[in-house]
Design a protein around this ligand. Structure first.
Ligand code: NAD
Ligand code: UDP
Length: 314
C-alpha cells in the first residue's frame, strides 16, 4: 500500500538510494536534506517524479509534515566531514533525532534510526554482536559521532518505552557504492579515485586494521525489511557484510580491479581509528531473513564504474 515516507539525509549517499527504492515500491517520498555532504546530483533523476518532494531543511530545526514512516539518515558519515564541525555533528544527531521522534509521535509514524557500528567504538569483542555495549572514547575526535549516535539510540528506546512509539534501530556497518562523493574522504571513495587517477593510494597506519564492506543495494533491502517489522521489534540490529578485509589488501584489490598504476604510501593513522570491525548478522538472518548478496569484488567493480563516469569522464 502506498505510504507517505519522510527520508532525512535523502540527498546523501545512502539516502538517495533509499528514496529511489521507496519510489519504485510505489510510495510518496519527502526527501529532507540541508545539502551539507549530500548533493542535488544524487536526486536529480527523481525530481520529475510527482511522488517525490524535496525540502531543503536542517533537521536541527523543527519540521512539520504529514507522514506515516520516517527514515532518519541525516548526518555526515565520513570522519573527514563529521569532524569538520563536531559540535554541529553532535547537534544534528541529538536535536535532529529529537525533532524526528517528536514528528513521529505527532503523526503516529514508524521511525527508523540510521545508527552505526561506531557505537561499538574500538571493539573488544569480535565479531560485534548487538548485546556488546562497546568501547568508545567519550572525549576523542570521533566522539561527536560515536557518542551522538549512542545517545540517539537511547532517545529512540526511551520514546518507545515512554510513548509506545514504533521505533527501529539499525546499526549500519561500512557501506559503499554509487553516489559516494569524490571528496568524501572515506576509504573506498579515496582509494577508487586515487586508483583511477594513478595517484598514490593513501593507507593510514600499517593497513592491518580491518573493515567489512556492504554494498549499498544490500543495505537498502535490509532497511525496507526492518521498517516492515512489527512494533515489538525495535532492534538494535546489525546490518553489514561479514566479509572482513584489512585495508592493505583492500588497496591491492582496488588497484587490481581498476587496472591502476598507483603506488601505495603509508600516512599517519588518525586517532582512535578502530582496529577491527566485522558484524555478527545472525539476528538479521533470523528475524529479517536478510543477508548480503553482493560480494566485495562485484560491488567494487560497480562502484569503480560509477566513479569512472563521474571523476575521469571515461
Ligand atoms: P552522507 O554524508 O552521504 O549523507 C548524509 C546526508 O545527511 C547528506 O545528504 C547531508 O547533506 C545530510 N545532512 C547532514 N546534516 C544534516 C542536517 N543537519 N539536516 C539535514 N540534512 C543533513 O552519508 P551516508 O553514508 O549516506 O550516511 C547516511 C546515514 O547512515 C548517516 O546517518 C550515517 O551516520 C549512517 N551510516 C552510514 C554508514 C556508511 O558506511 N555509509 C555507516 C554507518 C552509519
Ligand atoms: N583509511 C585509509 N586511507 C584513506 C581513508 C581511510 O587507510 O584514504 C582507513 C581509515 O584510517 C580506517 C579505514 O580506512 O582505518 C576506514 O575508514 P573510513 O573513513 O572509510 O571509515 P571508518 O573509519 O569510519 O570505518
Amino acid at each position: 500500500m502506498k505510504k507517505r515516507v519522510l527520508v532525512t539525509g535523502g540527498a546523501g549517499f545512502i539516502g538517495s538510494h533509499l528514496c529511489a527504492r521507496l519510489l519504485d515500491d510505489g510510495n510518496e517520498v519527502i526527501c529532507v536534506d540541508n545539502l551539507f555532504t549530500g548533493s542535488f546530483d544524487n536526486i536529480k533523476h527523481l525530481v520529475d517524479d510527482p511522488s517525490f518532494n524535496f525540502i531543503e531543511h536542517d533537521i536541527t530545526k523543527e519540521l512539520k509534515v504529514k507522514c506515516e514512516q520516517i527514515y532518519n539518515l541525516a548526518c555526515p558519515a565520513s570522519p573527514k566531514y563529521y569532524q569538520k564541525d563536531p559540535i554541529k555533528t553532535a547537534m544534528t544527531i541529538v536535536y535532529g533525532s529529537i525533532n524526528m521522534l517528536e514528528l513521529a509521535k505527532e503523526n503516529n509514524a514508524k521511525i527508523l534510526q540510521a545508527s552505526t557500528s561506531e557505537i561499538y567504538g574500538d571493539p573488544l569483542i569480535h565479531p560485534q554482536i548487538e548485546k556488546y555495549w562497546g568501547n568508545v572514547n567519550p572525549i576523542g575526535i570521533r566522539s561527536c559521532y560515536d557518542e551522538g549516535k549512542r545517545i540517539a539510540e537511547t532517545f529512540f528506546m526511551d520514546y518507545h518505552r515512554q510513548y509506545d512509539l514504533d521505533v527501529k534501530i539499525m546499526r549500519i556497518f561500512n557501506t559503499y557504492g554509487a553516489h559516494m562523493s569524490i571528496d568524501d574522504g572515506r576509504v573506498i571513495s579515496n582509494f577508487i579515485t586515487q586508483a583511477l587517477r594513478n595517484e598514490d593510494i593513501t593507507i593510514y597506519g600499517s593497513g592491518k586494521q580491518t573493515r567489512s564492506f556492504c554494498y549499498v543495494d544490500d543495505l537498502i533491502g535490509a532497511m525496507i525489511k526492518l521498517m516492515d517489522t512489527n512494533k515489538a521489534f525495535t532492534g538494535p540490529i546489525n546490518i553489514g557484510n561479514p566479509e572482513e578485509i584489512d585495508i592493505y589488501r583492500l588497496a591491492l584489490k582496488i588497484i587490481d580491479l581498476a587496472d591502476s598504476k598507483s603506488n601505495i604510501i603509508f600516512c599517519d593513522l588518525p586517532k582512535d581509528d578502530p582496529m577491527r570491525r566485522k558484524p555478527n548478522i545472525e539476528l538479521a538472518q533470523q528475524l529479517l531473513a536478510w543477508q548480503p548478496t553482493v560480494d566485495l569484488d562485484t560491488g567494487l567493480l560497480k562502484t569503480i564504474n560509477y566513479f569512472k563516469r563521474i571523476c575521469v569522464g571515461q
